[in-house]
Design a protein around this ligand. Structure first.
Ligand code: B12
Length: 428
């Protein structure tokens, strides 16, 4: 009989459901215990990170979008999951409650399983692929035992264990979010996975100013940088960061939802590599990275469309465009006049987002980006009982305002059509 092979996502699903309940109940200890129990049950550490915690985060986004979760619940869920990841990285049984200043952990929480495994102590049956080649110059043997189990994190090193100073050099990577990008958790998951795969990781978190990122790369002599972006509005900033990293001679791996389906914007903006998720990212890094001498000029400028100045002018005029759209909207959509102060603020925020996404679409010359944003906004508005008609009016006003910008006007019309024919816009 052939043994049944179960996909990691399938094995993870019940754990993700359990974590979801704990997170929704705001029960952080149970959330952490659930993740530890999943490890004890034999789920590998990457699976817990990506298919349990990551899956819960994605569900948070889906339920927020359909208005089943408030912003506060979404924040609370993310905060719990961040702490669950941190708890998994600590030595077994050590919790903030048991950690004494300057001392070793004492007892476990009564009635709670101490948890055999933590992320940085993957179960021995877990086998990761080869260690990444630092510069893509062929395979370096795995520096640590346990079939790819990483070296303990410096803070988590138990007495007597090998310390970073007596371990062979590991390739070093900086994981950072593009400036202005608040979505740090996807990058954190990537950082944890790369640590598990044997990389020495510097995780810089959310919105890292490019100048400081470059400074850090020089300081740490990083072998590579992983740049994360979740919102397409950060693409122009991502481009500046990618260019600066490459100019500093550090190869760039780009990822996150901002880079579009199939990572189509990553290549355009000069990233050396792109990956859809953390597992693929680790695998791509293992295949190797290009190495160029510092100051190697970038390839042909692929952003010739920027010569029409539409991106520059629209993004510079964004505040005026937002005001003009709001004014025009109040005459086309009289319901706006009865809005409360808070509703007005939401509308102003939404219009500002529309203009920001239009600018991003112009930057990468992708009308599909703006159309997809239009459909997403229609769904979010409809779930909150805001008539999608208001979005169509806003796009009409914006279209009139953008009459001197043919590329922008064409994108606005395409988005209008995408919204009008979307399930939420049908019949408008
Ligand atoms: C939590 C959250 C937040 C938190 C972030 C806190 C934090 N510490 O991360 C806060 C509250 C700050 C936030 C703010 C906003 N958010 Co938000 N947020 C989310 C949410 C629910 C979860 C994010 C997450 O953790 N995802 C889990 C991981 C697993 O996601 P992932 O992308 O699949 O990650 C994998 C890959 O992308 C890849 N990857 C990621 N980075 C990298 C990097 C490299 C180099 C590589 C190779 C791979 C890689 O590997 C990861 C692991 O496999 C998402 C929903 C979602 N689906 O992600 C919305 C979501 C991303 N947010 C959204 C929005 C709109 C916003 C706001 C604009 C809301 C607002 N009006 O203010 C702001 C923008 C803030 C900003 N300027 O960045 C939208 C974006 C929609 C769109 N059209 O683009 C989403 C999709 C919600 C939704 N359902 O609509 N948000």
């Amino acid at each position: 009989m052939t043994p049944t092979v179960t996909a990691p996502e399938e094995r993870a699903a019940p754990w993700a459901a359990a974590l979801w309940h704990a997170v929704m109940a705001g029960d952080e200890p149970t959330a952490a215990d659930t993740a530890r129990a999943a490890l004890q049950d034999g789920l590998d550490a990457e699976c817990v990170l990506l298919d349990v915690i990551g899956a819960v985060q994605r569900r948070v986004g889906e339920e927020w979008a359909v208005n089943k979760l408030t912003v506060a619940q979404e924040h609370a869920a993310t905060a719990i999951n961040e702490r669950v990841i941190a708890a998994l990285s600590r030595p077994p049984g050590e919790t903030p409650a048991t950690r004494r200043p300057g001392g070793t952990p004492t007892t476990h929480r009564p009635g709670r399983a101490p948890g055999k495994h933590r992320l940085r102590e993957a179960p021995t049956k877990q086998r990761f692929g080869g260690i990444p080649a630092p510069h893509g110059l062929g395979g370096t043997p795995a520096p640590h035992g346990l079939g790819g189990t990483p070296a303990p994190h410096p803070e988590a090193t138990p007495p007597g264990a090998r310390t970073p100073s007596d371990t062979p050099a590991r390739p070093r990577i900086t994981v950072a979010c593009v400036d202005g990008e608040w979505h740090a958790l996807p990058a954190r998951l990537l950082a944890e996975v790369l640590t598990l795969r044997g990389w020495r990781v510097d995780f810089l978190g959310a919105q890292v100013p490019t100048a400081h990122l470059i400074d850090h790369l020089h300081h740490t002599r990083a072998d590579a940088v992983a740049l994360s972006g979740s919102l397409a509005t950060r693409l122009p900033t991502a481009h500046a960061a990618i260019s600066a990293c490459r100019a500093a001679g550090v190869p760039v791996l780009a990822g996150g939802a901002a880079f579009g389906p199939g990572g189509r914007h990553a290549e355009l903006l000069g990233a050396d590599l792109w990956a859809a998720d953390a597992r693929t990212a680790a695998a791509r890094l293992t295949e190797g990275l290009p190495r160029r001498p510092v100051g190697t000029p970038l390839a042909d400028e692929p952003l010739k469309h920027l010569l029409d100045q539409e991106y520059t002018l629209i993004s510079r005029a964004a505040p005026q465009l937002v005001r003009a759209t709001l004014n025009g909207l109040s005459s086309r959509f009289p319901a706006l006049l009865d809005y409360t102060e808070a509703q007005h603020q939401h509308t102003a925020d939404d219009v500002a987002q529309i203009v920001a996404f239009l600018a991003a679409a112009l930057y990468v010359d992708d009308s599909g980006l703006f159309a997809a944003f239009g459909r997403w906004t229609a769904a979010v508005l409809a779930a909150r009982h805001v008539p999608v008609e208001s979005l169509l009016h806003a796009l009409d006003v914006l279209d009139a305002e953008a009459r001197d910008f043919p590329r922008a006007a064409a994108m606005i019309r395409e988005a209008h059509e995408a919204v009008r024919t979307s399930p939420e816009g049908a019949g408008e």
